[in-house]
Design a protein around this ligand. Structure first.
Ligand code: ZN
Ligand code: ZN
Length: 266
């Protein structure tokens, strides 16, 4: 039962990140910060909604794999050693994360979904889970779908999930860590903190989840030397309650619709 709800894994994550944030804090911030209770609801409820979407994505991907993927490609991927599969899975998965994330920022209707994640103003490790389920499902469609279509082993994909789990908490953690010369290769906490910055120059930058060189490659990297992001959040007021946050994109879409039809009538 404990495992079913992921309590032990969560406890381990908490036992690691709370002391690490005390020791290497990027900003002084309370453990019991604003929105903490809402994030605990995200932690324990969101996963179930996301799971429903991921099951559908994986099922469709397996059908595509079995009906359309050429045998030669299947055999070539099967023949790869485990660690090569893991490297390829992380590289391909992160391209998916990069582009779905960029779309979530660039398309106004998609931004209403992703704004939920950017609503956090006091960034710490638990902010990682503050995401609308549709946001996570869309990103998984971009990252996990191609992996199952290509037929990588479940062990290799499982390893990617495990790496991604820790990476997500780490990059949101309130720690002063930029990886020095490796900062243009791997996504560090400082790199992702800039992504959350409300400062104008930092907006729509640093989309990658694992490899910062994707942002370098696609021209969206932002890592000013000797500076650190100071403020986080979005311009408009956001709800702080879990259910209202779930409803947020739908409310925003409805009000846009109303606004458009009103403008049309006039
Ligand atoms: Zn974002
Ligand atoms: Zn984030």
């Amino acid at each position: 039962m404990d495992e079913l709800f992921g309590f032990s894994k969560f406890l381990l994550t908490l036992l690691i990140f709370v002391p690490v944030e005390r020791l290497f804090a990027a900003r002084s911030q309370k453990i019991f910060r604003r929105g903490l209770l809402t994030d605990l609801v995200f932690q324990f409820v969101n996963g179930w909604l996301v799971l429903a979407g991921v099951v559908v994505i994986v099922a469709i991907a397996i059908v595509v794999n079995q009906s359309m993927l050429p045998m030669a490609v299947k055999h070539a991927i099967d023949a790869l050693p485990f660690f090569v599969q893991v490297i390829l899975v992380v590289l391909i998965g992160d391209i998916g994360v990069y582009w779905t994330h960029r779309i979530l920022h660039a398309v106004p209707a998609m931004w209403h979904i992703h704004a939920v994640h950017h609503a956090v103003e006091e960034l710490d490790w638990l902010a990682a889970v503050h995401q609308h389920p549709l946001d996570v499902i869309f990103m998984k469609a971009g990252s996990v779908f191609p992996l199952f279509v290509l037929g990588f082993s479940t062990e290799a994909i499982g390893t990617y999930f495990l790496i991604y789990y820790w990476q997500a908490y780490l990059v949101h953690a309130n720690v002063h860590l930029n990886y020095g010369p490796l900062r243009y290769l791997l996504v560090s906490p400082e790199f992702h903190h800039w992504h959350h910055s409300s400062e104008l120059e930092a907006r729509d930058k640093n989309f990658a989840g694992m490899f910062s060189f994707y942002d370098l490659l696609f021209g969206t990297v932002y890592l000013p030397k000797g500076q650190r992001p100071k403020t986080f959040g979005v311009d408009n007021a956001m709800p702080s309650n879990y259910l209202l946050l779930l409803a947020y994109p739908f409310v925003a879409w409805a009000s846009r619709q109303k606004h458009c039809s009103k403008a049309h009538e006039e």
